[in-house]
Ligand binder design. Structure first.
Ligand SMILES: [Zn+2]
Length: 416
């Protein structure tokens, strides 16, 4: 049994205790796959990545002819130099560690291309140096679970550094920097991309694990893992099996590693995903929902902060110490819900969030890249659903006057 099934049993018990007497009608109709949540900005990744994949294929030849020998060495196929000895594992008493964990998400790390999701080596180094100066210790997903379950102690200041997609630039640029500062990363790869001109190859992926980093699974082909419009249950189940179970088997076969950590492409997930992750013995899965992770959070819904080139160091620093959000939509008892009624989105917020807003907090809503005009109907925010979009993603942020930030993300599918 994975830790997630234990979590689920505990959550179900809590839900029963809280809502045991509520009628099934209390569950709003039209909410797709229950507690799904996603931030909309990852659609940007779609665009950037598609463009990047195409550009990478096309531009390699021209890049090669236009680079100096020094650049060539930088871009070369050589392995990064041997790592310094791994940092000693600090010994701490049980319970001494962090009350919540910030996880950062990176994509490409390179100086020879621009784009907000491509961060420069200097920028990554600035952040790693900051983490080192502030005394942070980087942990793996397995360490986080061991700590949450009381099996190990951890230093008070912990962070997890994750790198998506398996870009070659991560191997060439991020890995040497991580090792220079004594940090370890988590690298989520997907077989369809491995070995491509802009991607790491299996040998490099294997060497990441040898050097103390974690290799995770990012599906087989990097699709959205929610059900497509018009897709039959059967086709969806078959697709998920390929993207979750076959992807894991492939990475394990190619590397000889045991893969237990998953990352949802674009941050899209569903209840069906959770079931398959559990079946395949995945222990953790990361989303793109921003926020800290509490010790009792669902290990299949780990939140992450996306670091872009435009993210300032002060924003980066503020994420490290951001208070852990109160109960999220995924936790029973939050009182939040989302549904589409006719052409309207209706998001019901918890009393706590509404109160923070009514007392002068600042609220922002993003819905499929827009900032819709909304009205309040009781404790429900109402606004027009985006037209012609099968998927609706809404992210709500309330910055209360006392400085606390509340975030909720909702994801659902329009149509029947
Ligand atoms: Zn990705």
């Amino acid at each position: 049994m994975t830790r997630r099934s234990l979590y689920f049993a505990a959550a179900a018990l809590a839900a029963f205790l809280l809502f045991g007497c509520a009628s099934p009608d209390a569950i709003p109709a039209g909410v797709a796959s229950g507690p799904s949540a996603v931030s909309d900005y990852l659609n940007v990744e779609d665009v950037v990545k598609d463009a990047e994949n195409k550009a990478a294929e096309k531009s390699v030849a021209s890049e090669r002819t236009n680079i100096s020998p020094a650049d060539l060495e930088q871009l070369g196929e050589t392995e990064p130099p041997p790592p310094p000895p791994p940092p000693p594992q600090p010994k701490t008493r049980k319970g001494d560690g962090p009350s919540s964990l910030p996880i950062f998400m990176y994509h490409q790390v390179r100086n020879d291309k621009a784009g907000d999701m491509i961060i420069s080596r200097g920028k990554l180094e600035e952040e790693l140096a900051y983490l080192q100066r502030e005394g942070y210790y980087s942990i793996s997903p397995a360490e986080w679970l061991d700590y949450c379950d009381g099996r190990i102690g951890l230093p008070k200041k912990c962070v997890m550094l994750t790198f998506d997609d398996g870009w070659k630039s991560q191997y060439q640029n991020a890995v040497p920097l991580l090792e220079k500062y004594g940090f370890r990363g988590v690298f989520y790869v997907y077989p369809d991309f491995v070995g491509g001109s802009a991607a790491m190859n299996w040998k490099q992926i294997k060497s990441l694990a040898k050097r103390g980093h974690t290799v995770g699974c990012h599906s087989m082909t990097h699709p959205k893992l929610t059900k497509n419009r018009g897709e039959s249950d059967r086709a969806y189940a078959a697709r998920l099996k390929e993207e979750i179970i076959e992807a894991k088997n492939t990475i394990e076969d190619k590397t000889g590693l045991k893969i237990t950590d998953f990352c949802y492409p674009y941050g899209y997930y569903s209840e069906e995903c959770f079931k398959l992750l559990d079946k395949a013995d995945f222990e953790t899965a990361t989303t793109v929902n921003a926020g800290q992770n509490s010790k009792d959070c669902d290990p299949y819904l780990l939140s992450r902060y996306q670091v872009n080139q435009s993210t300032s160091l002060s924003t980066f620093a503020s994420w490290l110490t951001e208070p852990c959000a109160e109960a999220s939509l995924e936790s029973p008892g939050d009182g939040g819900s989302a549904r589409i009624q006719g052409t309207e989105c209706r998001l019901t917020l918890s009393d706590e969030m509404l109160q923070a807003w009514r007392q002068g907090g600042e609220m922002t809503i993003r819905c499929n890249h827009e900032h819709p005009q909304f009205r309040l109907d009781g404790n429900t925010l109402v606004f027009q659903a985006p037209k012609n979009d099968a998927h609706v993603t809404c992210a709500i942020k309330i910055k209360a006057r006392d400085g606390r930030t509340y975030r909720r993300s909702f994801f659902f599918t329009q149509g029947k």
